[in-house]
Each structure stands twice: as C-alpha cells, then as structure tokens.
Design a protein around this ligand. Sequence first.
Ligand code: ADE
Length: 266
Amino acid sequence: MADPSWTARVITLLPEIYPGALGHSLIGRALADGLWQLETLGLRDFATDRHRTVDDTPAGGGAGMVLRPDIAARALDAAESGLPRERWPVIALSPRGRRFDQAMARRLAEGAGVTLLCGRFEGIDERILDARAVEEVSIGDYVLTGGDLAAMVLIEASVRLIGRVLGNPDSLCEESFSHGLLEHPQYTRPTAWEGLAIPEVLLSGHHGRIAAWRREQAERLTKERRPDLWRAYAGAPADEDPEGAAELSDAHTIAATGENKKDDDR
Ligand code: ADE
C-alpha cells in the first residue's frame, strides 16, 4: 500500500471554516488530488454537558476564558496519531509559542502529519500542554482572536513543501538560492509601463550580469529591510551555514520570492 498522505488534523471550535483558503489554488488542488489530507475535530463534540461547554474562568481571576484540560485531553486523545512526536508533532497555536519559521515548516513537511489545537480563548489550561506533550507555536508577535488562521498559515507553509505539491519544484530551488537574503525585485512585460522601464540588465540576456545584479539588489534590500537577516548572512560564510543563516533566511525570503504569484498564475 502507498504511504498515507501527509495529514493536518485540526482540533477547533470552528470546523466549518475549513478548508477555507486551503481549498484553493495549488494547495487546494493537492488536497483534492490526495497529496495531503485535512481532518477537523470539533472541540465542542468532546464536551460532556448539555451546553457543550469547553471553557471556564481563569483560576486566580482575570479576563476571558480558559480552555478546560479535560475537554482538550479528550480531543487530543481522539486525534492521537500513534506516531512519535518527531514524525507527528502536536502543536497548540498561541501567541506565546515558539516562532514559526521556514525551518519548522520544512521539518513538519518531512514528517507524517501534525495535530493542531486551536483555542479561541484567553488561553489553554497549562496542565494539558505538559500532560500531552503539546508544543506551543506562534506565527508572529501579534494577537489573533484564535488559533485557526495561524493553523492555516502553518498548514499552507508546510504542505507546499511536500513532494509533488508545487507543480514546479524549481521554485523551491529558487528559494534556497536566496542564501539568507531577501529576494531581488522581479519584473515582467510590458517592458515600459507608466513611463517606468525594466532595468536594462534584465533584458540583456547576459546571465552572469543578471545574476550579479540580482545578488546586489538582494543584498541591498536585506540590509535596508532586515538588518537581523543581514547580520546572520554577513556573519556566515557562504558555503558553511546551511542550517543557520540559510534556514533563517528561508523564513523571510519566502515572502519576497514572488513564487506564490507564479503558483497562482499557473
Ligand atoms: N493565536 C492568537 N494569536 C496567535 C499567534 N500570533 N500565533 C499563533 N496563534 C495565535
């Protein structure tokens, strides 16, 4: 039997919002083609009372509600993959989690799947995190009203790295070519638009000069916009730091690759 496809198992209060954006474009097509699977478990289905309550007030007082550990445990146990956490991590989306990045997406894509616990509360009872080895992950330093959009971001970033999901694997190569730099600017036809021309070197057909121009531009942009990335890049010898600067870079270069645009145009 063929390997079962990579699976995102999402525990959520809002199962009806899935697949949402994940049902479109390349990721949606890959879902329809069975290259990955999406399963949702409705948190309220694990409640035990008539009102299907899943939360309660915070111990010690304070604003908001906290997801109950007994309900979360029932959901997590139902979602258990039976695989070691290295192959199938269990993640709670939370602004106080470890920051999600391209290296994490790559690791997830290399595994068999992921279980994602999405809260929509002040928080999740701390005991469940330890008791079920749940890792908290954040998609950035801002607060969303719940974990679902964060879960979708994490899923999309991971699924696109699964073999055969991207129609053109060259775009993944391009990604790693960036070597810790934001990507250079991109242009396409028309060559003159509103009086603005495409930089001449790009029309020269001279591959060496084009590559040098792109590298220069990538360095300029990275210095200007992301001094943190620039420091990591400049401090790391080009051929020596695939796990450091390059991984760091991928998390950030991806936004600048223009690759998604190409995906959608296909
Ligand atoms: N839930 C609320 N805010 C979040 C964030 N920034 N990342 C992940 N999950 C969240």
